[in-house]
Design a protein around this ligand. Structure first.
Ligand code: NDP
Length: 249
Protein backbone atom coordinates (compact mmCIF):
# COMPACT_ATOMS: atom_id res chain seq x y z
CA UNK A 1 0.00 0.00 0.00
CA UNK A 2 1.26 3.50 -0.83
CA UNK A 3 2.38 5.50 2.18
CA UNK A 4 0.72 8.89 1.78
CA UNK A 5 2.08 11.99 3.60
CA UNK A 6 -0.70 11.98 6.20
CA UNK A 7 -1.25 8.25 6.64
CA UNK A 8 -2.01 7.58 10.32
CA UNK A 9 -3.03 11.17 11.11
CA UNK A 10 -6.44 11.86 12.71
CA UNK A 11 -7.87 15.19 11.54
CA UNK A 12 -10.81 17.36 12.62
CA UNK A 13 -11.90 20.12 10.23
CA UNK A 14 -14.60 22.62 11.21
CA UNK A 15 -16.46 24.51 8.52
CA UNK A 16 -16.17 21.42 6.33
CA UNK A 17 -19.64 21.70 4.74
CA UNK A 18 -18.42 24.15 2.12
CA UNK A 19 -15.67 26.40 0.82
CA UNK A 20 -12.24 26.39 2.40
CA UNK A 21 -13.02 23.83 5.13
CA UNK A 22 -14.49 21.39 2.60
CA UNK A 23 -11.45 21.72 0.34
CA UNK A 24 -9.09 21.21 3.29
CA UNK A 25 -11.00 18.10 4.44
CA UNK A 26 -10.80 16.73 0.91
CA UNK A 27 -7.08 17.39 0.67
CA UNK A 28 -6.26 15.86 4.06
CA UNK A 29 -8.29 12.74 3.21
CA UNK A 30 -6.58 12.45 -0.19
CA UNK A 31 -3.24 12.66 1.61
CA UNK A 32 -4.16 9.70 3.81
CA UNK A 33 -5.61 11.21 7.01
CA UNK A 34 -8.77 10.01 8.73
CA UNK A 35 -11.01 13.10 8.79
CA UNK A 36 -13.95 14.21 10.92
CA UNK A 37 -15.88 16.81 8.91
CA UNK A 38 -17.62 19.26 11.22
CA UNK A 39 -20.28 21.96 10.72
CA UNK A 40 -24.03 22.37 11.33
CA UNK A 41 -25.37 20.85 8.07
CA UNK A 42 -25.16 17.08 8.52
CA UNK A 43 -26.49 16.34 5.00
CA UNK A 44 -23.72 18.34 3.33
CA UNK A 45 -21.08 16.71 5.53
CA UNK A 46 -22.40 13.23 4.83
CA UNK A 47 -22.42 13.88 1.05
CA UNK A 48 -18.82 15.05 1.06
CA UNK A 49 -17.59 12.39 3.50
CA UNK A 50 -19.21 9.73 1.28
CA UNK A 51 -17.01 10.93 -1.61
CA UNK A 52 -13.84 10.94 0.47
CA UNK A 53 -13.95 7.30 1.50
CA UNK A 54 -14.38 5.18 4.62
CA UNK A 55 -11.89 7.17 6.70
CA UNK A 56 -14.04 10.32 6.47
CA UNK A 57 -17.26 11.00 8.38
CA UNK A 58 -19.51 13.96 9.16
CA UNK A 59 -20.32 15.28 12.63
CA UNK A 60 -23.02 17.93 13.02
CA UNK A 61 -21.80 20.55 15.47
CA UNK A 62 -22.65 24.18 16.10
CA UNK A 63 -19.49 25.81 17.45
CA UNK A 64 -21.58 28.52 19.12
CA UNK A 65 -23.32 25.96 21.37
CA UNK A 66 -21.35 24.39 24.24
CA UNK A 67 -23.77 21.41 24.39
CA UNK A 68 -23.47 20.79 20.67
CA UNK A 69 -19.66 20.98 20.88
CA UNK A 70 -19.59 18.52 23.81
CA UNK A 71 -21.81 16.05 21.93
CA UNK A 72 -19.85 16.42 18.68
CA UNK A 73 -16.47 16.02 20.36
CA UNK A 74 -17.69 12.82 22.06
CA UNK A 75 -18.75 11.43 18.66
CA UNK A 76 -15.39 12.37 17.15
CA UNK A 77 -13.47 10.66 19.95
CA UNK A 78 -15.61 7.53 19.52
CA UNK A 79 -14.95 7.26 15.80
CA UNK A 80 -11.56 8.88 15.33
CA UNK A 81 -9.80 8.38 18.65
CA UNK A 82 -7.21 11.00 19.55
CA UNK A 83 -7.05 13.95 17.16
CA UNK A 84 -3.59 15.14 16.09
CA UNK A 85 -4.57 17.66 13.39
CA UNK A 86 -7.24 20.28 14.09
CA UNK A 87 -8.31 22.89 11.54
CA UNK A 88 -10.61 25.76 12.54
CA UNK A 89 -12.24 26.95 9.31
CA UNK A 90 -15.83 27.56 10.54
CA UNK A 91 -16.60 31.24 10.27
CA UNK A 92 -19.18 33.81 9.30
CA UNK A 93 -18.82 37.26 7.73
CA UNK A 94 -21.70 39.70 8.08
CA UNK A 95 -21.78 43.32 6.96
CA UNK A 96 -22.44 45.09 10.23
CA UNK A 97 -21.89 48.86 9.90
CA UNK A 98 -21.26 50.39 13.30
CA UNK A 99 -23.99 53.01 12.85
CA UNK A 100 -26.57 50.22 12.33
CA UNK A 101 -25.74 48.91 15.80
CA UNK A 102 -26.57 45.28 15.00
CA UNK A 103 -25.47 43.72 18.27
CA UNK A 104 -27.05 40.39 17.18
CA UNK A 105 -24.81 40.17 14.10
CA UNK A 106 -21.73 41.33 16.04
CA UNK A 107 -22.40 38.67 18.68
CA UNK A 108 -22.89 35.94 16.07
CA UNK A 109 -19.53 36.75 14.45
CA UNK A 110 -17.67 36.91 17.76
CA UNK A 111 -19.31 33.70 18.96
CA UNK A 112 -18.52 31.78 15.75
CA UNK A 113 -15.17 33.21 14.66
CA UNK A 114 -13.54 33.61 18.07
CA UNK A 115 -15.36 31.90 20.95
CA UNK A 116 -16.24 28.99 18.63
CA UNK A 117 -12.56 28.51 17.82
CA UNK A 118 -11.75 28.63 21.54
CA UNK A 119 -14.35 25.92 22.25
CA UNK A 120 -12.72 23.67 19.67
CA UNK A 121 -9.24 24.51 20.97
CA UNK A 122 -10.35 23.68 24.51
CA UNK A 123 -11.81 20.36 23.39
CA UNK A 124 -8.76 19.14 21.48
CA UNK A 125 -5.72 20.69 23.16
CA UNK A 126 -5.30 17.65 25.48
CA UNK A 127 -5.30 15.38 22.40
CA UNK A 128 -2.71 17.51 20.62
CA UNK A 129 -0.40 17.63 23.64
CA UNK A 130 -0.74 13.89 24.20
CA UNK A 131 -0.11 13.08 20.52
CA UNK A 132 2.99 15.27 20.42
CA UNK A 133 4.18 13.77 23.71
CA UNK A 134 3.88 10.33 22.13
CA UNK A 135 6.22 11.46 19.35
CA UNK A 136 3.57 12.13 16.70
CA UNK A 137 3.21 15.29 14.65
CA UNK A 138 0.48 17.51 16.10
CA UNK A 139 -1.04 20.55 14.37
CA UNK A 140 -3.52 23.29 15.12
CA UNK A 141 -4.39 25.35 12.03
CA UNK A 142 -6.58 28.46 12.29
CA UNK A 143 -8.12 30.11 9.23
CA UNK A 144 -8.02 33.82 9.97
CA UNK A 145 -8.23 36.45 7.20
CA UNK A 146 -6.39 39.31 5.55
CA UNK A 147 -9.19 41.25 7.28
CA UNK A 148 -7.06 40.87 10.43
CA UNK A 149 -4.84 43.64 8.97
CA UNK A 150 -6.70 45.34 6.11
CA UNK A 151 -9.58 47.70 6.79
CA UNK A 152 -12.88 47.08 4.95
CA UNK A 153 -15.48 49.80 5.73
CA UNK A 154 -18.65 48.24 7.17
CA UNK A 155 -16.83 45.11 8.33
CA UNK A 156 -15.25 46.39 11.55
CA UNK A 157 -16.48 43.56 13.77
CA UNK A 158 -15.59 40.82 11.28
CA UNK A 159 -12.10 42.34 11.02
CA UNK A 160 -11.87 42.53 14.80
CA UNK A 161 -12.72 38.83 15.18
CA UNK A 162 -10.01 37.93 12.68
CA UNK A 163 -7.42 40.27 14.26
CA UNK A 164 -8.20 38.58 17.57
CA UNK A 165 -7.85 35.14 15.99
CA UNK A 166 -4.49 36.03 14.46
CA UNK A 167 -3.25 37.27 17.83
CA UNK A 168 -4.69 34.22 19.56
CA UNK A 169 -2.81 31.94 17.15
CA UNK A 170 0.47 33.70 17.94
CA UNK A 171 -0.15 33.38 21.67
CA UNK A 172 -1.24 29.75 21.41
CA UNK A 173 1.95 28.95 19.59
CA UNK A 174 3.92 30.34 22.51
CA UNK A 175 1.85 28.20 24.90
CA UNK A 176 1.91 24.99 22.86
CA UNK A 177 5.36 24.97 21.26
CA UNK A 178 7.03 23.70 24.47
CA UNK A 179 4.85 20.58 24.02
CA UNK A 180 5.94 20.24 20.37
CA UNK A 181 2.45 21.15 19.14
CA UNK A 182 2.62 23.32 16.02
CA UNK A 183 0.26 26.26 15.45
CA UNK A 184 -0.32 27.79 12.02
CA UNK A 185 -2.36 30.90 11.29
CA UNK A 186 -3.47 31.17 7.65
CA UNK A 187 -4.83 34.49 6.40
CA UNK A 188 -6.52 34.20 3.02
CA UNK A 189 -7.54 37.09 0.84
CA UNK A 190 -10.60 37.06 -1.41
CA UNK A 191 -11.65 33.44 -2.01
CA UNK A 192 -14.55 32.11 -4.06
CA UNK A 193 -16.80 30.32 -1.50
CA UNK A 194 -20.27 30.56 0.06
CA UNK A 195 -19.09 33.18 2.59
CA UNK A 196 -20.78 36.08 0.79
CA UNK A 197 -24.15 34.30 0.62
CA UNK A 198 -24.95 35.55 4.14
CA UNK A 199 -24.74 39.18 2.96
CA UNK A 200 -27.64 41.27 1.68
CA UNK A 201 -27.99 42.05 -2.06
CA UNK A 202 -25.72 45.13 -1.82
CA UNK A 203 -23.02 43.16 -0.02
CA UNK A 204 -23.22 40.32 -2.52
CA UNK A 205 -22.95 42.79 -5.44
CA UNK A 206 -19.84 44.32 -3.86
CA UNK A 207 -18.14 40.93 -3.48
CA UNK A 208 -19.19 39.96 -7.02
CA UNK A 209 -17.56 43.10 -8.42
CA UNK A 210 -14.40 42.48 -6.33
CA UNK A 211 -14.34 38.95 -7.76
CA UNK A 212 -14.58 40.37 -11.28
CA UNK A 213 -11.82 42.91 -10.70
CA UNK A 214 -9.42 40.85 -8.63
CA UNK A 215 -9.94 37.20 -9.59
CA UNK A 216 -10.37 35.32 -6.29
CA UNK A 217 -8.42 32.42 -4.88
CA UNK A 218 -9.97 28.96 -5.09
CA UNK A 219 -10.59 27.06 -1.85
CA UNK A 220 -8.27 24.38 -3.22
CA UNK A 221 -5.39 26.90 -3.26
CA UNK A 222 -5.71 27.17 0.52
CA UNK A 223 -6.14 23.42 0.91
CA UNK A 224 -2.83 22.97 -0.96
CA UNK A 225 -1.14 25.30 1.52
CA UNK A 226 -2.56 23.45 4.53
CA UNK A 227 -1.60 20.10 3.01
CA UNK A 228 1.97 21.39 2.64
CA UNK A 229 2.15 22.91 6.14
CA UNK A 230 0.98 19.83 8.04
CA UNK A 231 3.21 17.42 6.13
CA UNK A 232 6.52 19.13 7.03
CA UNK A 233 8.84 17.35 9.47
CA UNK A 234 7.60 17.95 13.01
CA UNK A 235 10.52 20.28 13.90
CA UNK A 236 9.34 22.84 11.31
CA UNK A 237 6.37 25.10 12.16
CA UNK A 238 5.09 27.47 9.46
CA UNK A 239 3.52 29.93 11.86
CA UNK A 240 1.92 32.68 9.79
CA UNK A 241 0.91 32.63 6.13
CA UNK A 242 -0.84 35.34 4.10
CA UNK A 243 -2.25 34.05 0.81
CA UNK A 244 -3.65 36.69 -1.55
CA UNK A 245 -4.89 36.76 -5.11
CA UNK A 246 -2.11 38.36 -7.12
CA UNK A 247 -4.27 41.38 -7.94
CA UNK A 248 -5.50 41.98 -4.35
CA UNK A 249 -3.50 44.93 -3.00
P1 NDP B 1 -18.21 29.23 3.68
O1 NDP B 1 -19.43 30.02 4.06
O2 NDP B 1 -18.23 28.45 2.43
O3 NDP B 1 -17.81 28.25 4.88
C1 NDP B 1 -18.06 28.53 6.23
C2 NDP B 1 -18.25 27.22 6.95
O4 NDP B 1 -18.44 27.44 8.35
C3 NDP B 1 -19.45 26.43 6.47
O5 NDP B 1 -19.04 25.10 6.25
C4 NDP B 1 -20.45 26.49 7.61
O6 NDP B 1 -21.20 25.28 7.61
C5 NDP B 1 -19.50 26.63 8.80
N1 NDP B 1 -20.12 27.28 9.95
C6 NDP B 1 -20.67 28.53 10.00
N2 NDP B 1 -21.18 28.76 11.22
C7 NDP B 1 -20.93 27.64 11.95
C8 NDP B 1 -21.23 27.26 13.28
N3 NDP B 1 -21.90 28.07 14.12
N4 NDP B 1 -20.83 26.04 13.71
C9 NDP B 1 -20.17 25.21 12.88
N5 NDP B 1 -19.86 25.51 11.62
C10 NDP B 1 -20.25 26.72 11.15
O7 NDP B 1 -17.02 30.29 3.68
P2 NDP B 1 -15.43 30.11 3.58
O8 NDP B 1 -15.05 28.76 3.20
O9 NDP B 1 -14.95 31.25 2.79
O10 NDP B 1 -15.02 30.39 5.09
C11 NDP B 1 -14.10 29.57 5.82
C12 NDP B 1 -13.23 30.47 6.68
O11 NDP B 1 -12.39 31.24 5.84
C13 NDP B 1 -14.03 31.47 7.53
O12 NDP B 1 -13.47 31.51 8.83
C14 NDP B 1 -13.80 32.78 6.81
O13 NDP B 1 -13.87 33.87 7.72
C15 NDP B 1 -12.39 32.57 6.27
N6 NDP B 1 -12.02 33.45 5.16
C16 NDP B 1 -12.74 33.45 3.98
C17 NDP B 1 -12.38 34.31 2.96
C18 NDP B 1 -13.14 34.40 1.69
O14 NDP B 1 -12.92 35.34 0.90
N7 NDP B 1 -14.04 33.46 1.38
C19 NDP B 1 -11.21 35.20 3.08
C20 NDP B 1 -10.52 35.09 4.35
C21 NDP B 1 -10.92 34.25 5.33
P3 NDP B 1 -22.66 25.14 8.25
O15 NDP B 1 -23.50 26.25 7.68
O16 NDP B 1 -23.10 23.77 7.83
O17 NDP B 1 -22.49 25.24 9.72
Amino acid sequence: MTNLPLTGRNAVVTGAASGIGAAIAERLAADGAAVALVSRRQDRLDDLAGKLGPQAFGVAMDVTSPDSVDAGVAQIHDRLGRADLVVNAAGVMLAAPIEAGRLDDWTRMIDTNLTGVLRVVQAFTPDLIEAAGAGQTADLVNISSIGAHAVFPGYAVYGATKAALTHLSTSLRADLSPYDVRVTNLEPGLTDTELATHLDATGQDLIASMNDQIGPLHATDLADIVGFVVSRRRELNLRQIIALPTRQA
